[in-house]
Design a protein around this ligand. Sequence first.
Ligand code: ADP
Ligand code: MG
Length: 313
Amino acid sequence: MSNHAIEITGLRKTYAGQKGAPPKEALKGVDLTIPAGSIFGLLGPNGAGKSTLINILAGLVTKTAGQVRIWGFDQDINPRQSRAAIGVMPQELNMDPFFTPRGALDVQAGLYGVPKSQRRTDQILEMIGLSDKADAYARTLSGGMRRRLLLGKALVHRPHVLVLDEPTAGVDIELRQMLWANVRKLNEQGMTIILTTHYLEEAEEMCDEIAIINHGAVVVRDKTSALLGRLDAKTLVLRLDAPLAHLTLPDGVTQEIRADGRLALTYRRSQVSAGALLAAVANAGGVVVDVTSEEPDLQDVFLSLTTGPGQAA
Ligand SMILES: Nc1ncnc2c1ncn2[C@@H]1O[C@H](COP(=O)(O)OP(=O)(O)O)[C@@H](O)[C@H]1O
Ligand SMILES: [Mg+2]
């Protein structure tokens, strides 16, 4: 196979309109490749089409057009192999309350045709921290435990690719950390991870590469570091020994006095150097006591890409 865990071309999905509503075009021709071995973030606001894309990968939603290859297997030509290559932790908590965690994992393994001798139920229970709840009825589990069980279910057939759809939406810090620790460990063992989120910090912290999706289309896809580097704006924050009477700055630089009295100079890295700003301050008689610089974060990139041209930061 190629070194792509996932290759998506021209993917479209139009949901039929319900009760007289017009059809909804949720994916408008998505092309996306996801490298094997990465932790890949699919980022976008609510309604962007993230779950639709994930559910198509998982075989839960039928695509309208396009091609999907998972671990080299075309979904239409090799449905079994492509399905076996991927495990999905869904966004929705849909769980049969009559199963125990052990039972749920066994049923799932059975669905994927994992022979009894190759099941690793106890290992998974331990990983998701449910060993002591292994035989408790699912309806007695807390929301967090049910989510952990969903993660366990996604892992029973040792998929190459693990997909987590908004795994941390509304979960507590402890569960979040437990999830991320598991995700990192699985990734170190070679598993490709795809996660959707609308939490920017999360994508920034966890993902090697990110695609931002909005209104059913990928608006950008890049390495996380490169995405952050896309924004040219940078701010130099100076503490001076005394306020300046008269500061002449290069064109395009904006200045602001912060509430703490520091002088903030925002400039474009491609046009102005920090040295030129410091020189301007020195020329005005300013003595710099302390200096820090601020880089754009993903929030800025995200806003600049999802609010359309003209409003870019
Ligand atoms: N089963 C469905 N029937 C009709 N429209 C749907 C269905 N599922 C999702 N949609 C619509 O498709 C769009 C994308 O939804 P979704 O993929 O869930 O976005 P996200 O996961 O990014 O929040 C939304 O406008 C949503 O209302
Ligand atoms: Mg969703």
